[in-house]
Structure formats: C-alpha cells, structure tokens
Design a protein around this ligand. Structure first.
Ligand code: 3PY
Ligand code: MG
Length: 264
C-alpha cells in the first residue's frame, strides 16, 4: 500500500506520529487503523538505529511507513528509504534549489541521484522494489519558513515534487505569531489557506500537522490530502492525565465511603 494508492482511491490519508523511539509503541500504533505512520527523526527522540525496528513494527500491518528526516541531509534521506520508508517528510525547504536536492535524493538515476542499496526496502516491499521505487516513494517538502513563503511558487514548480507538508508552529514563528498546532491566529490560518491553494494550483498533494482530530477533520474539509492527528507521546500524556485527574476528582468521595464502612 502506498500513499498514491490511497489518494488514487479518492481518500485523504490519516497519519499518526511517532515521537517515542520504540518498536512496541510503533507496533501498538500500527494496529489502530492509521493509513500511515511517521517516524519523526527531527523533533522526536528517535535516531536511525531506533527508527529501523519501528519501520519493521509498522510493517506488521498494512500501514504506509513514513519518516520525517531531521534535515535536508541526503545521507539520512537515502538511509530512510533503504530502511523501507515509502514517504519522506523533509523540514524547512526554503527555495527551489533545496527542493531540487530533496527530490533528487528520493529517486534513482536517471531521475535523481539516489544511491543503490535498498537493504531492508526489498524485504518490506518485494524483490521488484528497485524497479518500482521511483513511483512508490512520496516526498513532502515542509513549508514552514519565511523564506519558503517568499519562494512558494518556485518550490512548488520543481519537477518530481509530490507534496508539501505544513508545520504550523514554525510557520507561526515565521509570521511573528505564537507557535501552536491547530492555529487560531488569523495570519497563520490565512497563510495555511494560501499555501494550500498554491499547492492545488501546482497539482501537488498537501499535508498538515495537527494536534487534534477535530482540527485534522477541518483541514480535510478545506481540501488537505494528508493530515496528522496526534502523536504517540501526546496520546500517552493525554490518557495518563485523564486517569490521574479522574482519580483525584473522585478521591474525596472514595475516602468518605471508606470512612463510613465502605462495601464493594
Ligand atoms: C511544525 O509545526 O513546525 C512542525 O514541524 C510540526 O511537526
Ligand atoms: Mg517544524
């Protein structure tokens, strides 16, 4: 299953985010029905040696494996692909030259400059992976800087670029607004709509990072093709916080019951 196949079926992609560097949390997330899961090597805790077993864990279910690389670094982009990622999200693409470097790293010659050595990708995606890799892999250039906003159309015109991905917090900083996911500042909201409109005009798929499922649905409603809704770390924190606060809220009543003799 690839992102292109989901889009060709006319569906938006629901993406989950993996910030915890662990194959068991990745496997647990993979069993919850996400279309894709992204191993975050930029702000997540994960390095390459943690990312590889996470990709293996994601592969236990029909979930598209995606990696957000830490930076526009051809080495880690190519290693992520060799490890089986079918999508790569690259932070802070600022101009056409950077977008070209990114796109070239994703594709084998003659289309690009990707070096050959799909050590795990052939295990995950079949012996014919080398022949189909150029079509199978989706590259997302992150649009989240002031410079990118100034070069939006030239970035989006780069041949071979499949998609863009908006990072709302860095974008907010670029606009002088408070960094928050699920933005409420009109400048950020307006800019997101502008980026989306330009992406559509260039025939690109558009993705965006969200904290809540409500905001992710709102973004699908305005035309986004790929939405992240929450992360493993946030789900752990939210679930734990909810249990702790429910316990604290009910503790007084429980203590009163115990003092009056209790009874199950
Ligand atoms: C941002 O909000 O800037 C992001 O990169 C989301 O991960
Ligand atoms: Mg960012």
């Amino acid at each position: 299953m690839s992102l292109q196949a989901i889009w060709a079926a006319g569906r938006p992609v629901l993406n989950g985010w993996l910030a915890i560097p662990n194959s068991f949390t990745a496997e647990t997330m993979a069993h919850q029905g996400w279309d894709s899961l992204t191993v975050d090597m930029q702000h997540g805790i994960t390095d390459y040696l943690a990312a590889v077993p996470m990709l293996t864990a994601i592969g236990t279910r029909p979930v598209v494996p995606v990696v957000r690389v830490p930076w526009l670094d051809l080495g880690i982009i190519m290693k992520s692909l060799d490890a089986g990622a079918l999508g790569v999200i690259c932070p802070m693409i600022n101009n056409a030259a950077e977008a070209q470097r990114f796109v070239a790293a994703l594709r084998y010659p003659p289309l690009g400059v990707r070096s050959f050595g799909p050590i795990r990708a052939t295990l995950a995606h079949g012996a014919d992976y080398p022949a189909k890799a150029n079509d199978l892999v989706t590259g997302f250039a992150m649009i989240e800087t002031k410079e990118a906003l100034e070069h939006l159309d030239e970035i989006m015109s780069v041949p071979g670029l499949d998609a863009i991905y908006i990072g709302p917090t860095d974008l907010a900083l670029a606009l002088g607004a408070e960094p928050r996911l699920d933005p409420i500042d009109p400048r950020v909201i307006e800019t997101i709509a502008h980026i989306l409109a330009r992406a559509k005009a260039h025939g690109l798929r558009a993705g965006i990072h969200n904290a809540s499922v409500e905001h992710a649905l709102k973004m699908v409603g305005i035309g986004f093709d790929f939405v992240t809704a929450g992360s493993d770390a946030r789900f752990v924190a939210a679930g734990a916080a909810q249990t702790v606060s429910a316990f604290r809220a009910g503790r007084g009543e429980a203590a009163r019951k115990a003092a009056s003799g209790g009874g199950y």
